[in-house]
Design a protein around this ligand. Structure first.
Ligand SMILES: NC(=O)c1ccc[n+]([C@@H]2O[C@H](COP(=O)([O-])OP(=O)(O)OC[C@H]3O[C@@H](n4cnc5c(N)ncnc54)[C@H](O)[C@@H]3O)[C@@H](O)[C@H]2O)c1
Ligand SMILES: [Zn+2]
Length: 375
């Protein structure tokens, strides 16, 4: 078991990582945070798989426990779902002593986190992430949001949780593709900031691609905790993404283009980011920033994690519009995250779509088997 400590202006809190952390650490966190009422926010899938998993840990504490169950899916990460949570909290006479527990993947975590940021101007929230992506990425750092019809994560707030419980046992039921998508974000942290972790992931590629097995958690606990540690460090340096936190968006410029141009139907977020990281590494090499050998190593680790994607027809005008639509766009350019070596990401501000377009076309040809474009 590992415990990391986050310490930022928005709050100080522990992240407990290991197998069985729900029973070993949730009671203590609830006792510290909750006073009268705890509301578990989850979704229908988690409720079916884990109907009672949190309850024993909560019985140890004299609080009333209620559950709010959301529909499952990114399409329900909306103001309507948020409104349902507010309605329920009003019905339950929740107040600022109420604690929310976000029990699910990144979607549940983002909605419940935003509810906690806003209801009665803020309630404590504990994050109990159940997907690898949520465990390694979205549950840590305090970004919360719901989607607007015209923009993903368009409505949100910074809300640091009061604690995060990463229990590896949940990974046993996670579908294979979800696991790979989470692995892409896990590997991302190594690529941008931790060359030693990257080397270890390279050396243990076989284990990385094997499903987690009950009772054999040492590898997963080790790599997960080291990856989360990178996120913690970056968030501590720049909680509000004013400068360095942007490196966490490595791979996300092309990743967002892939997601939006396929209406989110072709692949999972992590898979799109996996391809986007390969492109960002390719661009970094072409710009003379990344040594060719490092480029090969990055591709070598990421290739087995991503499935090939075919994009609908795309010309330069559409490509530019999609790149700039990325909400991180400022004027006619984007903050593109580049690599200067394995473990060394940097910002390349003012990167234009006109610079990226020829590189994108060469990427399709020179790094085959990842991305293709129809027509
Ligand atoms: N706040 C942040 O910093 C941040 C960072 C990255 C991503 N995100 C957000 O996270 C969301 C994606 O999160 P996600 O990948 O976890 O998706 P998700 O929450 O949709 O979960 C994926 C699927 O797995 C199911 N599931 C969850 N845990 C399971 C388990 N243990 N066993 C079996 N099935 C399980 C879910 O019900 C869902 O069907 C996106 O909305 C994205 O915007 C937020
Ligand atoms: Zn991401």
């Amino acid at each position: 078991m590992h415990t990391l400590h986050v310490n930022v202006a928005g709050g100080a809190y522990p992240i407990h990582i290991g197998a069985g952390t729900v029973s070993s650490h949730l009671p203590e966190l609830v006792a510290r945070t909750a006073q009268e009422l705890v509301v578990i926010v989850t979704n229908e899938t988690l409720l079916r798989l884990y109907p009672e998993t949190l309850l024993p840990a909560l019985r140890a504490v004299p609080v009333r426990v209620e559950t709010e169950v959301l529909r499952d899916g990114e399409q329900y990460k909306t103001l309507e779902s948020l409104s349902r949570i507010y309605d329920r909290l009003m019905d339950l006479h929740a107040n600022r002593k109420t604690t929310l527990i976000a029990f699910g993947g990144g979607v549940v975590g983002d909605i419940a986190g935003f509810a906690a940021a806003t209801f009665m101007r803020g309630l404590p929230v504990l994050q109990v992430p159940t997907t690898l992506l949520a465990q390694v990425d979205s549950s840590v750092g305090g970004k919360t949001a719901v989607n607007h019809r015209l923009g993903k994560n368009a409505i949100g707030a910074f809300k640091q949780p009061s604690g995060v419980i990463v229990d590896l046992e949940f990974l046993r039921t996670l579908p294979e593709r979800e696991l790979r998508a989470g692995l892409c974000e896990l590997v991302k942290h190594a690529i941008i900031r931790d060359a030693v972790l990257f080397r270890d992931l390279e050396a243990q590629a076989k284990q990385l691609l094997a499903r987690p097995v009950a009772g054999d958690w040492a590898f997963w606990e080790d790599v997960l905790h080291r990856s989360v540690q990178v996120k913690v460090q970056v968030v501590q340096e720049d909680e509000r993404e004013e400068h360095i936190r942007a490196i966490l968006n490595f791979g996300h410029t092309l990743g967002h283009l892939i997601e939006t141009h396929t209406d989110y139907t072709a692949c999972l977020h992590g898979e799109a980011v996996g391809i986007g990281m390969c492109f960002a590494a390719f661009a970094s090499r072409e710009w003379g920033l990344l040594p060719a050998l490092d480029f090969q190593r990055v591709i070598g680790v990421l290739r087995p994690l991503v499935s090939p994607v075919t994009l609908p027809a795309l010309d330069e005008a559409a490509f530019s519009a999609l790149i700039l639509h990325d909400k991180k766009a400022a004027q006619q350019a984007v903050k593109f995250i580049v690599l200067k070596g394995v473990g060394q990401a940097d910002r390349r501000d003012k990167t234009t779509p006109a610079e990226l377009w020829p590189l994108f076309q060469r990427f399709l040809v020179e790094v085959p088997g990842m991305l293709s474009v129809q027509g």
